[in-house]
Ligand binder design. Structure first.
Ligand code: SAM
Length: 247
């Protein structure tokens, strides 16, 4: 097999005939568009002894679409302390375990960190099977600076805490990235205006990769006004440009 620079034929292989070596495989799954599940992700899911996932119904539905039939084990924020060591024991016993979340990359505002840390503490192999990630997808298509950025996840839900939190980043010289739910997007934008002012450039990415993907990019005052005219349903990722950035 010809080699691509830096990629061994072994690691580039999509074959499911040779069993996966023991380890934890952190698998990115679609954030909306099923076409974004990689060939390698499907091969790894098929080749795993067990798939640890946030919600067995959600991942079960995805797996059925790709004819993957493997046992699922629930691994979520309410049981991860107990389940992480049990999964690590499976890897110690020589099994390949895949980790998936409901959508996107596990551990990024999703469960998985404790399991990965548990494996690293025990010196067990952990492999990345990269795939969609809303924060990176939004950044890459936003037009805001990408050379350096800070991912801040979900902001605090209470107004005072949220605005105090945001104030820490008023002078931050790189792009900020946030997740926010559709129920709080409007309050979040009001807080952004209060802290960063109407001239600050932002990008709001809604329903990335889905049929109704929508973008609003421009000064906060304008984007806020625009958003009020659109349905505030679906999933939102918000990026804030550094001060004085001109689109
Ligand atoms: N681990 C996921 C990832 O890698 O993208 C993120 C999971 S986090 C619980 C869910 C949040 O990600 C949503 O509330 C939203 O802020 C963002 N998100 C997920 N899918 C999205 C999409 N299709 N478009 C825009 N934002 C999205």
């Amino acid at each position: 097999m010809p080699t691509v620079k830096g990629i061994s034929p072994q690691s580039a292989s999509l074959s499911t005939e040779s069993p996966l070596s023991a380890g934890l495989y952190v698998v990115g799954t679609p954030i909306g568009n099923l076409g974004d599940l990689s060939f390698r992700a499907v091969a790894v899911l098929r080749g795993s002894a067990v798939i640890a996932c946030e919600d067995t119904r959600v991942t079960g539905n995805l797996l059925r679409r790709f004819a993957v039939d493997r046992p699922l084990v629930a691994y979520h924020e309410h049981n991860e302390r107990e389940v992480a060591p049990l999964i690590a024991e499976k890897i110690v016993a020589g099994e390949a375990v895949a980790l998936a979340s409901d959508a996107g990359t596990p551990t990024i505002s999703d469960p998985g960190f404790r399991l990965v840390r548990e494996c690293r503490r025990r010196r067990l192999p952990v492999f990345a099977v990269p795939g969609p990630c809303a924060a990176i997808a939004a950044l890459s298509a936003s037009g805001l600076p990408t050379d350096a950025f800070l991912f801040l996840g979900f902001p605090p839900s209470k107004t005072i805490a949220r605005e105090n939190f945001l104030r820490q980043y008023g002078e931050f010289p790189h792009t900020l990235i946030f997740h926010e739910s559709c129920h709080r997007i409007e309050k979040f934008l009001i807080s952004l205006v209060a802290v960063f002012g109407e001239e600050r450039v932002i990008a709001v990415a809604r329903e990335l990769t889905k049929l109704h993907e929508t973008w609003h990019v421009g000064p906060l005052g304008v984007v806020h006004g625009d958003l009020l005219r659109f349905p505030r349903r679906g999933e939102f990722t918000i990026l804030v440009a550094p001060k004085n950035f001109i689109l």
